[in-house]
Design a binder for this molecule. Sequence first.
Ligand code: SAH
Length: 262
Amino acid sequence: MKSHGRKSIQASVTPQDLIAGDQTLAGVWQATVLTLLPDAFPGVLGQSLTGKALKDGLWQLDAVDLRRWGEGRHRNVDDTPAGGGAGMVLRADILAKAIEDTRRPGPLIYLSPRGKPFDQAMARDLALGPGVTLLCGRFEGVDERVIEQYGIKEVSLGDFVLTGGEIAAQALIDATVRLIPRVLGNQASLEEESFSDGLLEHPQYTRPAVWNGREIPEVLLSGHHAKIADWRRAEAERLTKERRPDLWRAYTGRDSDEDQEL
Ligand code: SAH
């Protein structure tokens, strides 16, 4: 029945056991991934906090093999680029069938180096919705007409070229799923981390108090919460200003009334 597997990955014990038929849990955030490499999932998403949350049914993952809609004995899904050139392009008609058959509520995204750069704001928006359907390209990418036909949004992991969309899909899912309530356990850590208030995070330290002749900044050992908060804020501002002038401009622009001295 499922010659070219559909992997519904949800509540279970180990990553491979997470592959469990087509049922979906109502009201649970759902990632549907269209890929030529379904075995790459859940991958790192099956580990640690995201993996535990997957087993606990706080989110669901369905990695669907595009070859299911492939043609002929070899289940072909691609063909040579129109106009010539190296490589192969995923066919619009094949992708359209895959999209029609699998699409669930939530945006449809093609991971692509031409896309809008993925950021924390996108992760937050996605986490608030019902889920996402992700199309992973391979080879030279996908036929442009399928992007137009379905109004697919293109999202990039950054200005570099990956071999396929799978790593990008896992990064997008990881960043999003950790914002779903109860996935991280400690919600407070979300509020302080990088980007949550437009700044990079302050430096972190832990025991031993002295290592290699290097001490933990004294204020952090003072127990004085207000001073610690001030120090962290100042460090976050310093790092953002030094490393990310783009974020710093957005931050100072936004807060210009409060931060006159900046
Ligand atoms: N020829 C294409 C690149 C194809 S790379 C170009 O020059 O734009 C093959 C696939 O990897 C793409 O279809 C896309 O799904 C994925 N990919 C590559 N780089 C990516 C990036 N920076 N972000 C997200 N997906 C990426």
